[in-house]
Write a protein that binds this ligand. Structure first.
Ligand SMILES: NC(=O)c1ccc[n+]([C@@H]2O[C@H](COP(=O)([O-])OP(=O)(O)OC[C@H]3O[C@@H](n4cnc5c(N)ncnc54)[C@H](O)[C@@H]3O)[C@@H](O)[C@H]2O)c1
Length: 417
């Protein structure tokens, strides 16, 4: 029921009533080319792929603070009253279920609306009960879960994360390596519910849950929504590399004042985010392959909590690059963005695509959804793909492949035969 979740829900309710446009959503707006360029076939993705309609969606969620989705949206202060008031009644009906919360993973929050259980295994069972009750009471045909909860403190996988049996044992022993978000992920996958992780913490990214997702035939995806600054990075950096321009330094700083910013003010939670944000350039620029261009790259990322800005973040980048014969140049990007406005269409698309993936019998990690993530999950041992345009090609080709259409290589040779 935080800023991203309530902005997503309110936006869907408004869009389906025709009161606002779902800008930023591929499932609602984007077209896809099919066949040769001369064929003139470019349907909307939503008409090409059998996605659930916005009219069919119902929403629920958990939080560690009480308050319905309307109250929490007002508190988040992202959407204006002229929008929220139209859907107030529907938002007020969305009451959170109490969260599974061990405070040591999010030190800046003191959750007051929480479950109690003797072990983490019991917490998982309570979440599973919540899901079943919700699905039954709201008469849902299917469900999808997207983690829009707070970023958790930095942790690495432990022995408990190595296999399904080790994780189950860890749950019974309330292993400290198992964080809150993992309880939800485990519960969902056990219930056969596709799950995506919008935060940078492990959540659904460790061997035991990959194994469980394959066993249960559940699609999963993550991690960390790609929205403001990293979205820009994955547009600019591939461009610089494509033209073989060098980069000596890339300094990124953010100021934001929402609750996410407050949580990220904690060094442990910031480290989780920093790790996710730093990985992008190394992979795109391939330092090892191009030591003369990127070998000395200094990459620094800062996030500063600055309450006056609320959700209206400022992402500032200074790029020190160099060209022909090593002559230096600079690029400055000052992105006055809005965190939740950029994240909401990502949440919607992930929900619809994961539901579709599940019906198409795709299981385990869905790398074709890398487009939406800062740290895309891949098959074990693979380097993630960060270039936004390769990610988009992968996404659209996956849709063509699933629908039995020819893949598009952009070769273009056929037009000259
Ligand atoms: N907005 C963006 O552009 C963006 C981009 C990438 C990632 N993210 C991530 O998305 C997540 C949500 O962002 P936000 O701006 O909505 O943050 P937020 O602080 O407004 O919302 C997070 C919510 O999660 C709740 N929560 C924390 N622990 C919980 C638990 N164990 N169970 C249930 N609820 C719990 C908090 O009480 C809060 O209401 C964050 O992890 C953030 O880092 C956001």
């Amino acid at each position: 029921m935080g800023a991203v979740a309530t902005t997503t829900v309110a936006g869907v309710l408004l869009a389906r009533r025709g009161l606002a446009e779902p800008v930023g959503s591929l499932t609602q707006l984007s077209t896809i080319r099919l066949g040769r360029r001369t064929a003139g076939r470019t349907p909307k993705i939503g008409d090409f792929v059998p996605l659930a309609s916005l009219d069919d969606l119902v929403f629920g969620g958990w939080d560690v603070f009480p308050g319905d989705a309307y109250a929490r949206a007002v508190e988040a202060d992202v959407l204006r009253h002229e929008h929220l008031d139209h859907v107030r009644g529907e938002l007020e009906l969305i009451q959170p279920m109490p969260g599974a919360f061990y405070p040591e993973y999010v030190r800046r929050l003191t959750g007051t609306y929480v479950k109690s259980g003797r072990s983490k295994a019991e917490m998982v069972e309570q979440i599973r009960d919540d899901i079943r009750r919700f699905v039954r009471e709201r008469e849902c045909a299917r469900a999808v879960c997207i983690w829009c909860g707070s970023t958790e403190t930095f942790t690495s996988p432990t022995r408990a994360h190595e296999s399904v049996s080790a994780f189950e044992r860890g749950l019974h022993e309330s292993d400290p390596g198992i964080a809150n978000s993992q309880l939800y992920a485990w519960a969902c996958v056990k219930e056969g519910i596709p799950f995506a992780n919008g935060a940078p913490n492990l959540c659904v990214d460790f061997p035991a849950v990959w194994e469980l997702a394959r066993e249960r035939e559940v699609p999963i995806a993550g991690k960390d929504f790609k929205t403001g600054q990293t979205l820009m990075k994955t547009v600019i950096a591939p461009g610089l590399k494509a033209r073989m321009l060098g980069v000596r330094g890339w300094f990124s700083t953010n100021i934001l004042g929402n609750r996410d910013g407050e949580v990220l003010d904690d060094p442990g939670c910031f480290k989780t985010k920093e790790t996710s944000k730093l990985g992008v350039l190394d992979v795109i620029l391939q330092r090892d392959a191009y030591p003369q261009l990127y070998g000395d790259l200094f990459h620094k990322v800062r996030i500063e909590y600055y309450p006056p800005r609320g959700d209206a973040k400022e992402g500032w980048d200074n790029i020190d690059l160099f060209g022909w014969l090593g002559y230096p140049m600079q690029i400055k990007i000052d992105f006055l963005c809005r965190d939740s406005i950029l994240a909401a269409p990502v949440v919607l698309d992930l929900a619809l695509f994961l539901d579709f993936a599940s019906r198409a019998s795709l299981r385990g990690t869905q790398e074709w959804l890398s487009f939406y993530f800062k740290s895309p999950m891949t098959a074990p041992g693979l380097r993630p793909e960060h270039d936004l345009f390769i990610q988009l090609m992968k996404l659209k080709n996956t849709l063509r492949w699933l629908m039995g259409e020819e893949l598009i290589t952009h070769l273009g040779h056929e037009y000259y035969d």
